[in-house]
Design a protein around this ligand. Structure first.
Ligand code: ADP
Ligand code: MG
Length: 682
């Protein structure tokens, strides 16, 4: 294999010198399997061992480098007593001390009367300087007198081994043929990809985000990701579908059943969706709008139109509760001839079979459910639209699969309540067309947000008592104790038992393990105001709609990100009454936490909140994308590299107009799109 091709970068780490099976499996666990992946683990800091110090100038406690001559061994051969090697330079004497090292090894690395260079933390014992267990020893001073990089990824891999691996890679980095246009490359001082990588790993360049090499590499990955999106878009646009035919009289009859008028943004979004449905190109559209902006009615109207044009519709929600609520709304507003089903993962076998049969025989027009509705055994007769609610954690691969699954005639509409800056939308949903609902329904009152220390819970109880007396209802949210254990709801159970005593017969509990029938019973009770307080884990986070609930208490609020708190807060404030959100904390807040909280208190605009939160925390964490496995950027940052995103957007437009030869980017795509989303680019 020629070393000067990108293939070296995609080769398995096993082939590297110094990567044994232990190191290999540690890296593999971190999802690093080839050389390219390893390049993006950057040094966090470094230890400067470049300057040497004479023994007479040593300082206790510092890491120093000394060139010295060992002149005598002392191997006491008594347990617990270390081996001690007496050393000197022209200015004084010191010891190298070894616990648990074999004599043979010591004799090899510190032969008597030969000059060696040693580096380590200097201590003092019985009036003499010493270094305990020095790891940096060599007769070749230049190996020691260097800046030794520290990577954060070294659990189980020693710094020395890791440095050796990465330095080996850096010295073999292939010179790849340039893929950028001249005018683009000029913006980065013409620095090549391989030189950029080498600069990126130099210890003195840590944190130089504005440098030409960092910017170039950030731009590379943005462009690659946009190209992937663009290719998917192109492919989907090429699909010719049967046009949907419906008239607006039907649609308007739906609206007459609502007790509100659509906002302008709702109307505009619906027009955009309807246009897509009526065209002969497959729709692949995202409906983006803050919590409570009224996406459901827009989506259900679209569903209604598709059904009226003779096709089936599948609506997928992230939770059973939400699926059920959408199902109920459809039952209420669709005309009675429309055959509506709900497929629950917990419904009985017989019931499931009955629904599956109806779907395949075209005896059902619309089905609601969780991801269960996309299992293999679910076969539609004539699927014309897939609606997916609140799936911001769906990656581009999952979306593409879904779009394929529906078949050519099937349009796709995704909904998300995660208001994010435009650059991030382009990044995550660049493969889709976009409709945005910015405007909130006019009747909305702002939710008042307060914070409370947990030991002031009696104030909170007094407040909710008053609210209950005024016929209002309360959500009480407890975080999962451990994120990883999705079913760990002990704090919710505890709080339920506590509140039950204070408010007999008025409290119910909902969590991930509540059975489906039980859940439905509880939600109905809450909806009918038979219970006043609903204690739950975050399963109420997405989408559920209870207009009469106007207080939400969120415990241990610092366990949540701002956007998540904003989403939770969006569960209230849907009716006409004044609503309140009480954030509870275990202990006083740090300055940073206060800052973040103020953002939430001062704004109800999800776009503003997420943008500010990103500035404070970095974008990776913000919506739980990190855990979700959606591939985010390694270097680029949608907030700070706004200009690079815009540059990439312009380039993509040129590519789409065939003004730029896409063949040139083959290597870029091979390296950056290893998931092989677009495997057949030229
Ligand atoms: P989301 O965008 O978060 O999914 P929903 O579709 O659940 O929001 O709508 C939230 C609430 O607002 C529902 O009770 C719905 O009936 C109501 N709603 C939707 N559109 C309007 C509107 N134009 N005017 C008043 N209320 C509306
Ligand atoms: Mg919703």
């Amino acid at each position: 294999m020629s070393i000067n091709t990108y293939k070296y970068l995609l080769s398995d780490l096993k082939n590297l010198k110094g990567v044994g099976s232990k190191t290999y499996s540690i890296l593999k666990k971190k999802k690093i399997s080839n050389i390219f992946d390893l390049l993006w683990r950057l040094p966090k800091s470094y230890t400067d061992r470049t300057k040497s110090t004479k023994i007479c100038d040593l300082k206790i406690g510092d890491i120093q480098t000394i060139t010295l001559v060992p002149y005598k061994y002392n191997f006491p051969r008594i347990r617990n007593l270390p081996n001690r090697i007496y050393c000197k330079d022209e200015t004084g004497e010191m010891d190298c001390v070894f616990f648990n090292s074999y004599e043979g090894y010591i004799k090899k690395i510190l032969p008597l009367n030969k000059e060696v260079t040693v580096s380590g933390k200097v201590g003092r014992f019985q009036n003499k300087y010493q270094i305990i267990n020095p790891k940096y020893i060599s007769e070749n001073a230049s190996l020691i007198k260097d800046k030794h990089k520290k990577y954060s990824l070294t659990d189980g891999i020693s710094e020395k081994v890791y440095n050796r691996i990465i330095n080996q890679i850096l010295s073999n980095i292939p010179k790849l043929e340039e893929w950028h246009e001249e005018n683009i490359l000029k913006k980065f001082d013409n620095i090549s990809w391989n030189n950029s990588i080498i600069e990126l790993h130099k210890p003195e360049n840590i944190g130089k985000y504005q440098s030409n090499f960092y910017q170039r590499l950030a731009y590379d990955e943005i462009l690659a990701s946009f190209m992937v999106h663009s290719e998917i878009r192109k492919k989907i646009k090429k699909i010719k579908k049967q046009k949907k035919v419906f008239n607006h009289i039907d649609q308007n009859s739906l609206f007459s059943k609502l007790d509100f008028d659509l906002t302008n943004d709702q109307k505009t979004s619906l027009i955009e969706i309807n246009q897509d449905l009526k065209s002969n190109q497959k729709m692949f559209r995202l409906l983006q709008g803050d919590v409570g902006s009224g996406k459901t009615i827009v989506a259900l109207t679209a569903a209604y139109n598709v059904i009226k044009s003779g096709f089936q519709v599948a609506v997928m929600a992230p939770t059973e509760i939400l699926a059920r609520q959408h199902f109920q709304l459809a039952k209420n507003i669709f005309d009675k001839k429309i055959r509506i089903e709900i497929l629950s993962s917990k419904s009985e076998y017989k019931e499931k079979k009955r629904i599956l049969k109806k779907l395949s025989n075209n005896e059902a027009d619309i089905v609601f459910g969780t991801h269960a509705i996309f299992q293999k055994k679910v076969i539609f007769n004539n699927l014309g639209l897939i609606i997916i609610d609140e799936q911001h954690k769906f990656g581009v691969n999952q979306r593409k699969k879904l779009s394929d699954k529906g078949g050519d005639n099937c349009d796709v509409l995704l909904m998300t309540a995660t208001p994010i800056p435009r650059t991030l939308t382009m990044t995550i949903y660049g493969d889709m067309d976009l409709s945005i609902i910015r405007e909130k329904p006019k009747s909305r009152k702002e939710v008042k947000t307060y914070s409370k220390l947990e030991n002031k819970i009696s104030d909170v109880l007094r407040f909710i008592k008053k609210e209950i007396n005024n016929q209002n209802q309360i959500f009480w949210v407890c975080p999962l104790i451990e994120e990883s254990k999705k079913l760990d709801h002990s704090s919710a159970v505890e709080k339920y038992n506590y509140l039950k005593k204070k408010f007999p017969d008025q409290v119910a509990l909902l969590h991930g393990k509540t059975g489906i029938e039980e859940k439905e019973k509880i939600l109905n009770k809450f909806l009918n105001q038979k219970i006043k307080i609903l204690v739950s884990t975050t399963i109420i986070e997405v989408g559920i709609d209870f207009p009469n609930a106007n207080v939400i208490v969120i415990e241990n609020a610092n366990k949540f990100g701002l956007s998540q708190l904003h989403q939770l807060r969006g569960r209230v404030g849907r009716g006409q009454k004044q609503s309140t959100c009480i954030l509870m904390f275990k202990s006083s807040l740090t300055e940073n936490a206060k800052k973040r909280l103020n953002i939430l208190k001062n704004s109800t605009d999800g776009f503003v909140i997420s943008e500010e939160d990103m500035k404070l925390r970095g974008f990776g964490d913000i919506l739980g994308f990190k855990q979700s496995g959606i591939k985010m950027f390694r270097l680029a940052d949608p907030i700070h590299n706004n200009d690079l995103f815009e540059l990439a957007e312009k380039e993509i437009k040129k590519m789409e107009k065939n003004e730029v030869d896409i063949n040139k980017y083959k290597t870029l795509i091979k390296l950056y799109d290893q998931a092989d989303v677009i495997n057949d680019i030229v």
